[in-house]
Design a protein around this ligand. Sequence first.
Ligand code: SF4
Ligand code: SF4
Length: 308
Amino acid sequence: MSDEKYKGNGRKGNGKALPRVGVFVCHCGTNIAGTVDVAKVVAYAATLPGVVVAKEHKYMCSDPGQSMIQQDIEEHKLDRVVVSSCSPLMHESTFRGTVADAGLNQFLFQMANIREQCSWVHEDRQLATQKAMKLVRAAVARVIHHTPLEIKTVPVNPATLIVGGGIAGIEAALALGKAGHPVYLVEREASIGGKMAQFDKTFPTLDCSACILTPKMVSTAKNKNVTLFTFSEVEEVSGYVGNFKVKIRKKPRMVDVDACINCGSCWQNCPASIAPTSRRIKIGDRVIKERVGHMPVTPIAAGGGKDG
Ligand code: SF4
Ligand code: SF4
């Protein structure tokens, strides 16, 4: 964004008065100040449109550093704050709390990371200082556009959709089901089990795959909190976090799933040439041709459960 339109009259292009921005640049001991010329960054920040105060502190996250920000919010009637220091992961919540305690909406705040993104990754002092100045300028330009936000709490539907009934999906379904949450496990093949069901042994212990997997498949099918959708695919997902709606397409079973005992006779004697007898499976660079069992209708290969 160009700063040009803000110059001259201290007003935005739309005629509204600019917010009053305070910029606070941290030394972090020598972590930042050892590579970046902090005084130069502060002097530059003071010239940016909207900035009414720019200061430095040796440790901005310390109590004296935070108090300085709060005093300046009051004294200079700041309605935006930029802290130029470390990663937001480290201290964004700290400084949001600082400005909130001073009566400012916590989201009228922006961090510029001149430590991890600048002093810690550059050696040339001059170039690092120039980059820090650019990061501060970007943060000031951005914070001007911030609007006050509120944190809302909304009810969350704990029901969970798991797509893919391989060992990871099975483990997730079992853990969530055990925790008492409703789980919908969708698997596009006729059986859950995934790739692990195709292996003989597991690395590195060379344990029998089926010995590990099949009890989990049976537990999944028997878990009252888990609804299985085998031979099914997710068609549509709508909604938002905590309140999704999902459309699942169940492919036709052709037979009475409740009555089927998995004997395989129908598959072996099926006259329809369209029924696949094998399928190609890609594992890494290898393509394996696997004979398909009597699966179009099978709820789960391990038996012991019917899908939803
Ligand atoms: S705010 Fe971040 S950069 Fe500044 S002293 Fe604290 S940890 Fe270091
Ligand atoms: S596998 Fe086929 S023949 Fe055997 S019980 Fe099921 S539907 Fe009937």
